[in-house]
Every structure is written in structure tokens, then in C-alpha cells.
Design a protein around this ligand. Structure first.
Ligand code: BF8
Ligand code: SF4
Length: 632
């Protein structure tokens, strides 16, 4: 199988081969064939009597685990635990932001401030906190406390859930018992009910898993709100992409991971430390680039280039020009220090919960944020001094990429066409058929799929059918690296109706051309930005999200976080495509619930289709079915 269609990845994979450096692709191939029990979800290790394995063909092998768990129960429990893993990740990210805001409110985080006051006031109003002459710090403290209360057990539905979804969706969640009592308790409940001897009804387990995923949505919404308040709501910004954004004559530092709490301070300090880098022999100073979602956060807010994605993160080191990778948490390969041992690159971990053997560790804390960021940058400058010029091999691949398309930005652009009723131009163009529907691209790169191939083929096929594209996370990174976040891509790939709409909006926004083919809506936690637009449209039309011609896709999904996001997208009523077969095929019942029964209960459901052309055809058919349902 071809490993990647990304030119910079292809070039550096050759370097890896020539120099004997092992990458994720090599380790994947060394695993093949992967375990069939694991692939079908039929392996259970939830107690020490296991591992138990069920015969996937139902022929002569075991049909039950030692405790009597069936294939359906084992598969459902495995999926539920993945969703709990994803939810725990996003919720921990959100909680980190809550603590930062709390520290700010107490004067214990001097490097932070309320950057976006408009959003601050809008969120306060939405969650029901009155301003009443209170100071900014007092209000921040109240908001942080309310947010913190979302995590533990509470009697009322989570505030960030009930204030952000349609009334009809809220009713549905009540009807099916899908409202989590708290974000942490949602995860804990799944861990409890999936342990040996608790929930042994596959459908009930799946409902519990969906409830947890609704908690995932809630935590993600909260994280995006607090990030925008503390660091600014993204506005349109032209950035660049690919590993060609590394500079031979600069100290190159990659910020990698997910949470902007540290990377925002690094961006600020890097400006101040330029002279130190120049004095060390780097005439271009400090060049910050991003990897994964931390990278996308600073791309959205500061135009910092996105160098590469999760799957190809090791390749950044193989350029020989990366002086440091500063990581926080999630999607960071434990292999980074091993790859870096062939080069001069400093791998710097910063979180107490996310250390890697062989990396430097500089523990970050909000109280000393600026000082810690300086320490980190100084370590990068020291590493730069050890760079071997003979090993520098930066692929000459750079693409332009527009970012910063937050929900607020999209509404502002639409308001240029109709200031009284900003959503009207979008709704009108959906009704008149210029736009067939909307597709949110999310999720990862997955080593099981040629990197970026499904992303690129699927987006081109959907855009040609006049589907408006939003993207987040590694989908945004992938499109950025292939020049698809540009007006030129719109000219080339958009169908006539979509092109006309994007051109009218781009001209209204003063771009002198169309908006980019795909609107980069943010990092993975920012998937709720797209959900908020769908909710606003649904509320405007007086329908539920499940009636709208809106779909989601994670064509190259890899992580548990992608599973939890996909599941809440389904819970919200969105048909959701996945291009990688998840480990559920060992249970026809689970497959049926996810792909069919969910449609009857929630409106949303999973569509599993690895082939991009077939996936495009299925998604277009779904959008047409939704349009027919609305009578348009
Ligand atoms: O949260 S898309 S590989 S980087 S999990 Fe990870 Fe997947 Fe990328 Fe960001 Ni999201
Ligand atoms: Fe086996 Fe049941 Fe234990 Fe799972 S929980 S390992 S199926 S005995």
C-alpha cells in the first residue's frame, strides 16, 4: 500500500528508509497481520480471567467469554470504553482551561487575560451569569466555578449542553436517558457498567456509551468557549502549511499536542526572544510551527504555519531542521525521543501526566507560564546550536492555507450579505439548491489508509456536488497541506452553485475572490463550532438538526477521540461517515444499532465506507434524502 500522497511525507519517508529510522508505517507493517479478534472487537480483557476471545465465525470456537459475556456484549463494552477514553481526553482538556481561568480570576496566572470580551459576555449571558457591576476577575471566577461544576455529579442537565442544542434534541436526550449527570461521572459510569458483571445488555451499553458521548460534546463546547475567551475567537487569517515551512536559517520550534494554554505563551515569548536566537546564529530568529491540534489552535489565532499531522509527526524530525518539539498531551507518539536520537532535536514534555522516557521535561504551570516558556525556548536555542547542517533536508513543499473560520467569523461574513438576518443567505442558498448541503470533515490520519488519500478524494467529490465543506483537526491539517484551504481550490474543484456562493461571500468579505474550498473551523475540540452553526440553522427553521442536510465524516479516523466525536455527531442527528472499519464487526447487533436503529431513535447514524468515491455517493444520497424530507 502506498503510504502517503503528501509530497513532503513521501520525500521524508525515503529519508527514513535511507537512514534506517523507523516510523509508524514501519511499525504498522511489522504488526501485520493484525489480530483478527481485536479487529472485530471480539477480545475482552476487562478482568484478569481473560483475555477472552469469541470465534468471529461462530463455528467451533468459543461463543462466550468465561463470565458468559456474548459477542454483542464484548463488542459493545469495547466501543463504550473507547468513547469513554475520548470523552476523558476532551474533558481533561476542558478542565485544564477551567483551572487556567480560575487561576486568572485569583490573580495566579499573570500571563493570561480575557482576550475576547465580547465572547466572554456572550457566554456569561448564555450560561445565565449576570454582570451586575462585578469585576472581570469576579465574573471569570463565577464562570470557572460553574464550568467546574459540570464535571461532577449534578442534578440538572449540564449547562453547556442545555444552552447549546435545540429544544427538540434536548427532549430526545431526556426521552432516551442520554443526558449525562456530569462530564467526569459520564466517563466513570461507562467504566463501571463495562467492568465484569455489570451491564450485560448490548443495546443498553450502547445507550450508556452515547450518553457519555453527549458528555464529550458538552466538554468540547466548554473548551472552545474558554479558549476563545482566554486567547481570542479566531478570525480569518492567511497561514501556510507543510514541512517546507521549517526554515534553514531559524530556530525551528514545533508546538504539538492539543491545549493552547502553553502554546499561546510560547507564541508571545518567541517574539521577545528573537534576538537570543539571532545571537545563537539563526538570522531569521525563531520560527514556530504547529503539529496536530495545538498547531491548529495557534494557526487559527496567530497564522502560525501547520507543519504536519499526527501520523507524520516523526517526519518533522527527519527534516534535520527541527530544533525542538514542545508537546502537551494527546496524539503525541512515544517514539519521538527515539527518532530524535538520530538528530539534534530536543523533545520537551511539559505536563505532569504526559512524560515520555528519553524526552526533556520542563513542567509547565500557569503561575510561571512566561518563565517556563522562556526556559523551553532557551532549550530549543541550545539544541539549534547542535544542528548538523549536513542532515538538513527540508522538503520544498509549502501551501497557503486560510484559517480562522470560527462560527462567529462565518456569521460575520454572512452578515456582510444580510446584516439583519445573517443566516438567511446560507439558508436561501441551501433552499435554492446552490448548496446541496453541508459536510463537516473531522478526524485523524490513520496508518491503515494511504495518508490523506481518502480526505482529498472525498472532499473533491463532495465539493463538485456543491456540498459546503467545514473541517477541523487533522482534516484541516490535511486540506491545508494539499492547498485545499485556498480560493484557488474553490475555483478548481467547487461545483457551479457552491462556487457562486463562495465567490459572492468572498467578494463581500473583500477577498477579491471566493472563500476557500474548505472552511477551517478549528482543532478537534472545535467540532462544536460546526455543531453550533447547525443548531442555529435548525432553530431558525424551527426544526431539529436531524432534519437538516448536514453530514459529518471522519474518513481517516484513528483515535478514541474521533470515536467519541463521531458518536455525539450521531447523537445530534447527523449521518456520520467513517472511512476506517471500527472494531465492531464481531457483533451484527452492534453494527445494526449503529448503522440503522440509531437513525430511528436519533436521526443520526454511522455509515462505514472505506472507498472515497462510494462514500461520496452515499453522503450525497443522504443529503438529497434530507432535502426531500424538508420538501426542498
Ligand atoms: O484531536 S484529528 S489524530 S490531532 S484525535 Fe489526534 Fe485525530 Fe488528529 Fe487532534 Ni483529533
Ligand atoms: Fe473474560 Fe468476562 Fe473477564 Fe471479559 S470480563 S475477560 S469476557 S471473564
Amino acid at each position: 500500500m502506498e503510504r502517503s500522497i503528501s509530497p513532503d511525507s513521501i520525500l521524508l519517508l525515503k529519508t527514513a528508509q535511507a537512514t534506517g529510522v523507523t516510523t509508524a508505517w514501519d511499525r504498522y507493517e511489522a504488526q501485520l497481520p493484525q489480530c483478527g479478534f481485536g479487529e472485530t472487537g471480539l477480545c475482552c480483557r476487562h478482568c484478569l480471567q481473560g483475555p477472552c476471545r469469541i470465534d468471529p465465525f461462530g463455528v467451533s470456537g468459543p461463543k462466550y467469554g468465561i463470565c458468559g459475556a456474548s459477542a454483542d456484549v464484548i463488542v459493545a463494552r469495547g466501543l463504550a470504553r473507547s468513547i469513554a477514553g475520548g470523552t476523558a481526553s476532551h474533558s481533561a482538556h476542558a478542565k485544564h482551561l477551567v483551572h487556567t481561568m480560575l487561576k486568572f480570576s485569583r490573580g495566579e496566572a499573570p500571563d493570561y487575560s480575557i482576550k475576547d470580551k465580547d465572547k466572554f459576555y456572550a457566554v456569561l449571558q448564555r450560561v445565565g451569569i449576570t454582570r451586575d457591576g462585578k469585576s472581570e476577575e469576579e465574573l471569570a471566577g463565577e464562570l470557572a466555578q460553574l464550568a467546574l461544576d459540570e464535571f461532577s455529579e449534578r442534578e440538572d442537565p449540564p449547562v453547556w449542553l442545555k444552552t447549546t442544542i435545540t429544544p427538540a434534541r434536548m427532549q430526545k436526550f431526556e426521552q432516551f436517558g442520554l443526558i449525562p449527570s456530569g462530564l467526569d461521572s459520564a466517563v466513570a459510569e461507562v467504566m463501571h457498567r463495562t467492568t465484569n458483571g455489570v451491564d450485560a445488555d448490548a443495546v443498553n451499553i450502547l445507550l450508556g456509551a452515547i450518553k457519555c458521548a453527549v458528555g464529550d460534546y458538552t466538554g468540547m463546547y466548554l473548551a472552545t468557549d474558554l479558549s476563545d475567551i482566554l486567547f481570542g475567537t479566531p478570525a480569518p487569517v492567511m497561514a501556510r502549511a507543510n514541512l517546507g515551512t521549517l526554515k534553514e536559517n531559524a530556530v525551528n520550534i514545533a508546538v504539538h499536542g492539543h491545549n493552547p494554554v502553553l502554546s499561546e505563551v510560547i507564541v508571545a515569548q518567541a517574539e521577545l526572544m528573537r534576538e537570543e536566537a539571532i545571537a545563537a546564529g539563526a538570522p531569521a530568529g525563531i520560527n514556530l510551527v504547529g503539529i496536530c491540534c495545538t498547531g491548529l489552535e495557534v494557526m487559527m489565532r496567530h497564522g502560525i504555519p501547520t507543519a504536519t499531522n499526527s501520523l507524520s509527526q516523526e517526519l518533522a524530525i527527519l527534516t534535520g531542521a527541527l530544533d525542538a518539539a514542545v508537546v502537551d498531551y494527546q496524539c503525541i507518539m512515544p517514539s519521538l525521543p527515539t527518532v530524535a536520537s538520530h538528530y539534534h532535536t530536543a523533545i520537551i514534555t511539559t505536563m505532569s501526566i504526559a512524560k515520555i522516557t528519553g524526552a526533556h521535561h520542563i513542567e509547565f504551570d500557569e503561575k510561571h507560564a512566561g518563565q517556563k516558556a522562556q526556559e523551553i525556548i532557551r532549550l530549543a536555542i541550545e539544541a539549534f546550536k547542535k544542528r548538523d547542517p549536513a542532515k538538513v533536508n527540508i522538503p520544498p513543499v509549502v501551501n497557503d492555507a486560510w484559517a480562522g473560520m470560527s462560527a462567529e467569523t462565518i456569521v460575520k461574513v454572512l452578515a456582510l450579505v444580510d446584516p439583519q438576518d445573517p443566516l438567511k443567505p446560507l439558508v436561501d442558498n441551501i433552499v435554492n439548491g446552490n448548496i446541496l448541503g453541508v459536510c463537516l470533515f473531522a478526524g485523524c490520519n490513520d496508518v491503515k489508509i494511504t495518508q490523506d488519500k481518502t480526505f482529498v478524494e472525498l472532499v473533491k467529490a463532495l465539493a463538485a456536488e456543491n456540498v459546503l465543506i467545514l473541517c477541523t483537526g487533522c482534516a484541516s491539517g490535511s486540506f491545508a497541506r494539499h492547498g485545499l484551504l485556498t480560493p484557488a481550490a474553490t475555483e478548481k474543484y467547487a461545483g457551479p452553485g457552491l462556487k457562486a456562493v463562495l465567490t459572492a461571500l468572498g467578494q463581500a468579505a473583500g477577498l477579491g475572490g471566493p472563500l476557500p474550498l474548505a472552511l477551517h473551523t478549528g482543532s478537534c475540540v472545535d467540532n462544536t463550532r460546526a455543531a453550533s452553526i447547525a443548531t442555529a440553522i435548525a432553530n431558525k427553521l424551527g426544526v431539529d438538526v436531524s432534519a437538516l442536510p448536514v453530514v459529518a465524516t471522519a474518513p481517516e479516523a484513528a483515535m478514541e477521540k474521533a470515536v467519541s466525536i463521531g458518536t455525539w455527531a450521531v447523537a445530534m442527528g447527523l449521518p456520520t461517515h467513517v472511512g476506517v472499519v471500527p472494531p465492531v464487526t464481531g457483533s451484527p447487533l452492534v453494527v445494526q444499532v449503529l448503522t440503522q436503529t440509531a437513525k430511528d431513535l436519533l436521526g443520526g447514524y454511522f455509515i462505514v465506507e472505506p472507498d472515497p468515491k462510494a462514500a461520496a455517493a452515499k453522503l450525497v444520497a443522504v443529503l438529497k434524502e434530507r432535502r426531500a424530507g424538508l420538501g426542498i
